[in-house]
Write a protein that binds this ligand. Sequence first.
Ligand code: HEM
Length: 282
Amino acid sequence: ARMEGLLLFLALLGSALLLGLAAVSFSLVWTCYYREGLGWDGGAPEFNWHPVLMVTGFIFVQGLAIIVYRLPWTWKCNKLLMKLIHAGLNSIAFTLAVISLVAVFDFHNAKKIPNMYSLHSWIGLTAVILYGLQIFVGIAVFLFPFAPASLRAAIMPIHVYSGLFLFGTVIATALMGITEKLIFSLRIPEPRYSDFPDEALVVNTLGVILVVFGVLVLWVVTRAHWKRPAENTSKLQQNVGRLDYNEEGLVMADESAVEANGEAVARKRNPILDEAGQRSTM
Ligand code: HEM
C-alpha cells in the first residue's frame, strides 16, 4: 500500500509538472505564433509578457512552491532549507507577477487605454497585493526566529487557507483574462471568437490545462498522508509527557519520539494531527 501510494503520488506530481510546462508552452505559442511576439515597446508585444509571465510565474512557479514540502525525498532535508525554498519560489512568482503587471499598465498607458476597469483587473490586482502580504507575514512568522511556537501554530491554518485560496483565485483570474483577450483580439479583422478559429481552440485549451493543473496541485497538497512528517525540533517538546506546540499545532511530547525519525514514527508520535487530517506544513 505504501509503494502504491508513492507511485500514485509520483504519477500525479509528474502530470502536474507536464501540465505546468504545457501551459507555459501554450502561452508562448499563443503570443509568439498567433500574436505579435514578445518585446518591450509599449505595443502588443509588451502586453504579451502579461499572460506569459502570469502563467509561468504566478501559476506554474506558485504551484511548485505549494507542492515543495510534499516531495518525499526532501523529508530528510533540513526544515529551514525547505522553508527557504518555499519562500524563494513564492518570491520569484511574486516578482514575475509584478513585472507582468508593469507590462500591462505600461501598454495601457502607451495606448491610452484606461486602467483597472475590468473585473479581471480588480480580482487580479487584489490577488497580487494579498499574495505579497501572504509572503510578508509568512517570512515574519515562520522564517524569522522571533515568533513563539503558539503564534506560529495559530497562524498556520490561516496561512494554508489563504495560500490555497489565492492560488485558486489566480487561476480563475487567468481564465477571465484569457477570455477577455480572445474576445478583444479575435474581432477585427475576421475571424471572430465565435467563428472558432485555431487560435481560440489553442487558447481555450490553455485555460483547461490551467484548471487541471490547479486540480492536481490542490489534490496532492491536501492529502494528509503525503504531508511532510512533523518534526519535534522544539526543545520544550523534548520534555516527556508535556503538551506543547510546534508549527503544526498542538502536540503531545513523547520521549520515544525524540531520537526517532522516519514517517511511520512521525505518524505515531502525532496521532492528534493525523486525525485532524489538515495538519499544515511548515
Ligand atoms: C489586465 C492581473 C492573467 C489578460 C490586467 C490588469 C491586472 C491583471 C491587475 C489591469 C491592468 C491595467 O488596468 O492596466 C492579472 C493577474 C493574472 C492575469 C493577477 C494572473 C493569472 C492574465 C492572463 C491573460 C490576461 C493569463 C490572458 C491574456 C489581460 C488583459 C488585460 C489585463 C487582456 C487588459 C484588460 C483589462 O484590464 O482587463 N490583468 N492578469 N491576464 N489582463 Fe490580466
